[in-house]
Design a protein around this ligand. Structure first.
Ligand code: SAM
Length: 288
């Protein structure tokens, strides 16, 4: 496994995913009853942005955060502020300066920061060094467990939870051709175990046809209501490999569509790189 999230921490995709994650958690928390937050591909929970990034061949790699969180850092108004406040708090806690991001949190830290005493976090990461770092990062938080574990196995092993409510973030590296089939099989199994569970799957948009195929194959599961929110940072003709990304959300919290679309539009308007930048939201499986 070559993937290191460090290179990507705080980029446009992270900003999109984490801004929507904050909204999803707050949507889950509209109900008093606690829930399990299961992060199947958790990462290490904290990233030092200025750490030199050296590739295996010895060359340095330019960080991606200046085109992401770097562009939003000073924003003080608008729908992204609740998300930005969390990111700025993390930077401050780590001793970063107020005027620029030096540290960026991962999804587990964001979820832990928002968790109520009734909520519980299960965090899975396959890389032992990252899982160890994550366990240290969140060691003082109550109701958090970290596992060195395959995230897809975790869906089978940890659902249904005693709380009978769950938000499952599936955020894999997409290094292998088998990632989409693995996601679909985990979703099928997860929905069998917890039909009302909220599953949020992040995916990159590189070629449109690949994304369309994933969404079409997903429909074969005969899934419950499913909302798709997509961010486009560049048009089809762009040389950028990743032109955008999306979040496929199974059983989204009630009436969250407008909020998520608003967040995606705000990200697109600030981080888009050409005139084709934008955002969309549509029901892949409509609410009945
Ligand atoms: N969710 C994290 C966040 O938003 O901060 C980022 C996760 S990163 C995109 C993907 C992570 O999945 C990497 O840390 C990688 O080591 C880990 N990983 C790869 N394959 C895995 C698997 N089968 N199960 C669990 N973790 C895996």
């Amino acid at each position: 496994m070559n993937y290191r999230h460090h290179y990507h921490a705080g980029n446009a995709a992270d900003v999109f995913k984490h801004a929507l994650l904050v909204a999803l958690i707050s949507g889950m928390q509209r109900k008093e009853k606690g829930f399990l937050y299961l992060d199947t591909h958790a990462g290490r929970g904290a990233y030092e942005l200025e750490e030199t990034m050296r590739l295996a061949n010895g060359r340095e790699r330019a960080p991606e955060w200046p085109a992401g969180i770097g562009k939003l850092w000073t924003e003080q108004a608008g729908s992204l502020v609740p998300f930005l406040e969390i990111i700025r708090r993390f930077n401050r806690n780590r001793g970063g300066p107020d005027e620029r991001p030096a540290w960026y949190p991962g999804s587990p830290w964001i979820a832990a920061e928002l968790a109520r005493p009734v909520d519980r976090l299960a965090l899975c990461e396959l890389r032992e060094d990252d899982a160890d770092a994550l366990a240290v990062e969140l060691s003082l938080r109550p109701n958090v467990s970290t596992r060195v574990m395959d995230g897809y196995t975790a869906v089978r092993a940890l659902l249904p939870p005693p709380e009978k409510r769950a938000l499952v973030l599936i955020d894999p590296p997409y290094e292998s051709a088998g990632e989409f089939p693995d996601i679909l099989s985990a979703l099928g199994e997860g929905l069998r175990r917890l039909p009302g569970g909220v599953f949020a799957v992040w995916y990159p948009v590189t070629e449109r046809a690949r994304t369309d195929r994933f969404q079409r194959d997903y429909l074969a599961l005969k899934p419950p209501p499913t909302l798709v929110v997509e961010l486009r940072i560049a048009g089809e003709s762009s040389e950028l490999r990743m032109k955008g990304c999306g979040l496929l959300i199974v059983n989204p919290p009630w009436k969250i569509e407008a909020d998520l679309l608003g967040l995606a539009r705000a990200v697109a308007s600030r981080l888009g790189v050409d005139a084709d930048a934008g955002a969309s939201a549509f029901w892949l499986v409509p609410e009945s």
